[in-house]
Write a protein that binds this ligand. Structure first.
Ligand SMILES: Nc1nc2c(c(=O)[nH]1)N[C@H]1C(S)=C(S)[C@@H](COP(=O)(O)O)O[C@H]1N2
Ligand SMILES: [Mo]
Length: 572
């Protein structure tokens, strides 16, 4: 085995390692440049006499790997603050995993973990890293060089992941993972050398049950403390930069809209306990995106490029130039294609923004129906997301917009600050680009955007849906009058009718709240004379074109779930 007194010796006295030879003078720590080659390195995994000792040694070895990994991550995160926050290895690897996860699994993750899906993913990445680190720690007891090389290899994989991300800015993105790996490799090499010491065997194996020597314990603790300090520094720096972003956002003064939202009847919100409010507060608005780190864009440096096929005069707009244009304010209900029947990924807000069609019009863009060469508008975000929207739809007169405000404030960072796109009637993944920075006119033939590359449909108008918000599944209401109520949506077609039935009996017409607009959801209510026992409630809606919501159940992939929502309740 090449482990190696040789290598250890070459480091002795370097100050970096300061290997101590405690042979015969345990606890006193005399520096020695020599180690008799006949002294076997007894801290070998093999050849140890008792099982407990072997296990203990394995555990200490694994710990050395974990501490090296911890130091590597801390350094990587610190370097990432300087390079690019989302080039940090956990974020980069997590992002690369998201990009490569099959749509079915991704959809399952969104359904199962909701907005926690990202946390779960990052914990998963950390768990895998921890396993690798522990394994390399154990390997280092046999061969430090190969184990250290293993650390570098993992770092190279992290760097490759960072470079592969669509938002990678350049070679600098490889730096955090590589720097972290370099530090991790050195730490592992050094700790492994300290653990692999001659003294412990004599004492340790017999009397202390495998407790490693003091040098190892001190070095390990020292590295752990230092890494914690580095990690804290990284967090502080990041907190500072996000405070700067908060300040920039707080400074934004949203202009008064040239075209305010049409006034809403008070009764659009029936105010029934348990029913989603007509306007979703920003803090409760669903969030679906692939960003492990929410982009914090400085509006001062932000630019929007508009270019591509049929753009007579390409242009680049600043945030202020957008704000200076006549703005519209509209209530629009958004829905995610990953929303299952009865699911939560739908919300309504009052948006403020620049009409997109007029901007395109000024740049010389014509829709296909008027001879324009581009049928697809591809929006790109600062985090490299791409979303494709039919140009025809954007320019058909609906309130497609570049939104800057949400419910009276600048867009929250999570929802796309400083600017996002919105197209009423289309699922978010084909229309609602957050943190947008580029609009390219192209064709559906020429380019498949992110989700389309992952098996989702090119075009995806929102399907008519209705949801029972109250009573909740398996609720136990008392017999008598029970309010059955919820929401229904068919953006840009409107909702004309909602019906409810009990135990597959006759359909009963629900009362509808006044319509907000064709682009918003609509609340409904039906009073049920409930009798005791278990009952199934079902709901269906009819859209503004007179088309009833289909009963046919489909999955969310490729273009949105369909079918009727039902809820089972036990009346007491
Ligand atoms: N940059 C970016 N924009 C994005 C996405 C994304 O992953 N990245 N997801 C889209 C999807 S699938 C939906 S449903 C909406 C969700 O918007 P919200 O998070 O503000 O509700 O954003 C869209 N815009
Ligand atoms: Mo979505």
């Amino acid at each position: 085995m090449s482990c190696p007194a040789q290598v250890i010796r070459s480091r002795e006295g370097s100050g970096l390692v300061g290997l101590r030879d405690l042979r015969g003078s345990r606890g006193k720590g005399t520096r020695s440049g020599e180690r008799p080659s006949r002294a076997p390195p007894p801290f070998r995994i093999k050849g140890v006499s008792t099982g407990t000792t072997r296990a203990a040694r394995g555990a200490w070895a694994a710990l050395s790997g974990l501490v090296a990994g911890y130091a590597a991550l801390a350094v990587a995160e610190l370097v990432a603050v300087g390079a690019r926050p989302s080039a940090g290895p956990v974020t980069a690897v997590g992002g690369a995993v998201i990009d490569r996860t099959p749509s079915g699994v991704k959809d399952w993750a969104i359904r199962t973990f909701g907005t926690d899906d990202k946390l779960v993913l990052q914990l998963g990445v950390l768990a895998v890293l921890a396993l690798c680190a522990a394994g390399l720690g154990i390997l280092a007891q046999r061969t430090r060089r190969i184990a250290a090389a293993g650390v570098v290899l993992i770092g190279a994989l992290g760097a490759a992941a960072a470079l592969s991300r669509p938002d990678a800015a350049g070679p600098l993105d490889a730096l955090p993972a590589l720097a972290g790996a370099a530090v991790g490799a050195v730490v592992l090499y050094v700790l492994a050398g300290k653990l692999h010491s001659p003294v412990v065997a004599e004492v340790g194996a017999t009397t202390t049950g495998g407790l490693p020597r003091r040098g190892f314990v001190l070095a390990t603790a020292g590295v752990a403390v230092a890494a914690t300090g580095v990690g804290a520094a990284a967090r502080t720096l990041r907190a500072n930069s996000s405070a700067t972003a908060d300040t920039a956002r707080a400074r934004v003064r949203l202009p008064v809209p040239a075209s305010p939202a049409p006034p809403l009847a008070r009764a659009v919100d029936l105010r029934i306990a348990g029913v989603a409010p007509f306007t979703t507060p920003n803090r409760d608005f669903y969030r679906v995106d692939t960003a492990l780190r929410v982009p914090q864009v400085d509006p001062g440096g932000w630019r929007l490029r508009l270019h591509g096929k049929g753009v007579g005069s390409p242009r680049t707009l600043t945030f202020q130039e957008l704000l200076d244009r006549p703005l519209i304010e509209r209530d629009i209900t958004m829905t995610c294609v990953s929303n299952e029947v009865g699911g939560p990924y739908v919300g309504s807000a009052r948006w403020l923004g620049v009409p997109l069609a007029s901007l395109l019009d000024e740049a010389g863009v014509r829709p296909p129906s008027r001879g324009g060469p581009a049928d697809q508008l591809v929006a790109r975000s600062v985090d490299g997301m791409t979303l494709g929207t039919p140009v025809e739809t954007v320019m058909d007169g609906r309130d497609a917009m570049l939104a800057v405000g949400m419910n009276g404030e600048p867009l929250p960072f999570e929802h796309g600050f400083p600017v996002r796109m919105l197209v009423p009637g289309l699922y978010g993944y084909v229309s609602a680009c957050k943190w947008i920075e580029d609009i390219e006119l192209t064709t559906f033939d020429a380019y498949d955007p992110y989700w389309v590359q992952r098996d989702w449909a090119r075009e995806a108008p929102i399907k008519t849906q209705s949801r029972i918000d109250t009573p909740k599944p398996f609720a136990r209401p008392a017999a008598g009058k029970v309010a059955v109520a919820g929401v229904a949506w068919a953006q840009h077609r409107g909702i004309d009718r909602v019906e409810v039935r009990v135990d597959e009996g006759p359909w009963q017409r629900a009362d509808l709240a006044p319509e907000g607009s064709l682009d918003t959801w609509r609340q409904w209510r039906w009073d049920w004379a409930a009798t005791s026992g278990s009952h199934t409630l079902q709901v269906r809606a009819t859209d503004g074109t007179g088309t009833p919501q289909t009963s046919a159940r489909t999955r969310t992939i490729p273009d949105g779930a369909s079918g009727w929502h039902s809820v089972v309740v036990n009346v007491t």
